[in-house]
Design a protein. Structure first.
Length: 83
Protein backbone atom coordinates (compact mmCIF):
# COMPACT_ATOMS: atom_id res chain seq x y z
CA UNK A 1 0.00 0.00 0.00
CA UNK A 2 1.38 3.40 -0.90
CA UNK A 3 0.61 6.82 0.55
CA UNK A 4 -2.13 7.33 -2.04
CA UNK A 5 -4.25 4.64 -0.42
CA UNK A 6 -4.16 2.14 -3.28
CA UNK A 7 -1.79 -0.75 -3.84
CA UNK A 8 0.67 0.01 -6.65
CA UNK A 9 -0.73 -2.93 -8.62
CA UNK A 10 -4.20 -1.32 -8.71
CA UNK A 11 -2.78 2.03 -9.77
CA UNK A 12 -0.81 0.32 -12.54
CA UNK A 13 -3.95 -1.55 -13.69
CA UNK A 14 -5.98 1.66 -13.92
CA UNK A 15 -3.24 3.48 -15.83
CA UNK A 16 -2.75 0.51 -18.19
CA UNK A 17 -6.49 0.28 -18.82
CA UNK A 18 -6.62 3.95 -19.82
CA UNK A 19 -3.62 3.51 -22.10
CA UNK A 20 -5.03 0.34 -23.71
CA UNK A 21 -8.39 1.90 -24.55
CA UNK A 22 -6.85 5.18 -25.70
CA UNK A 23 -8.33 7.23 -22.88
CA UNK A 24 -6.47 10.08 -21.19
CA UNK A 25 -5.67 9.32 -17.57
CA UNK A 26 -6.04 12.51 -15.53
CA UNK A 27 -4.81 12.09 -11.97
CA UNK A 28 -6.35 14.41 -9.40
CA UNK A 29 -5.38 15.09 -5.82
CA UNK A 30 -1.60 15.08 -6.11
CA UNK A 31 -0.41 16.52 -2.81
CA UNK A 32 3.20 15.34 -2.55
CA UNK A 33 6.16 15.07 -4.88
CA UNK A 34 6.37 11.39 -3.90
CA UNK A 35 2.92 10.81 -5.43
CA UNK A 36 3.96 12.61 -8.61
CA UNK A 37 7.12 10.51 -8.93
CA UNK A 38 5.15 7.27 -8.54
CA UNK A 39 2.51 8.23 -11.12
CA UNK A 40 5.08 9.53 -13.62
CA UNK A 41 6.94 6.23 -13.29
CA UNK A 42 3.68 4.50 -14.25
CA UNK A 43 3.42 6.70 -17.34
CA UNK A 44 0.97 9.37 -16.18
CA UNK A 45 1.59 12.83 -17.49
CA UNK A 46 -1.61 14.72 -16.70
CA UNK A 47 -2.00 15.55 -13.01
CA UNK A 48 -3.40 18.24 -10.79
CA UNK A 49 -3.41 18.99 -7.11
CA UNK A 50 -1.92 21.07 -4.32
CA UNK A 51 1.54 19.75 -5.18
CA UNK A 52 1.39 21.96 -8.29
CA UNK A 53 -0.53 24.89 -6.84
CA UNK A 54 -3.55 25.97 -4.88
CA UNK A 55 -6.85 26.69 -6.60
CA UNK A 56 -6.89 30.17 -8.16
CA UNK A 57 -9.14 32.28 -10.38
CA UNK A 58 -8.99 31.63 -14.13
CA UNK A 59 -7.27 34.93 -14.96
CA UNK A 60 -4.57 34.29 -12.34
CA UNK A 61 -4.04 30.81 -13.78
CA UNK A 62 -3.56 32.24 -17.29
CA UNK A 63 -1.07 34.79 -15.98
CA UNK A 64 0.92 32.12 -14.17
CA UNK A 65 0.99 29.79 -17.19
CA UNK A 66 1.96 32.64 -19.51
CA UNK A 67 4.83 33.62 -17.22
CA UNK A 68 6.04 30.00 -17.06
CA UNK A 69 5.88 29.66 -20.84
CA UNK A 70 7.78 32.93 -21.29
CA UNK A 71 10.45 31.81 -18.80
CA UNK A 72 10.92 28.50 -20.65
CA UNK A 73 11.32 30.27 -23.99
CA UNK A 74 14.01 32.51 -22.56
CA UNK A 75 16.06 29.74 -20.94
CA UNK A 76 19.45 29.23 -22.57
CA UNK A 77 19.56 26.13 -24.73
CA UNK A 78 21.36 23.20 -23.20
CA UNK A 79 24.62 22.48 -24.98
CA UNK A 80 25.58 18.90 -25.63
CA UNK A 81 29.20 17.90 -25.93
CA UNK A 82 30.29 16.71 -29.34
CA UNK A 83 33.27 14.39 -29.45
Amino acid sequence: MNRMGLPLSKLRTIVDLCRNIGCACVIEGMETSEQVVILRALGCGIMQGYCFGRPMPFTETLEKLTAQQFARRNEPEKQTAVA
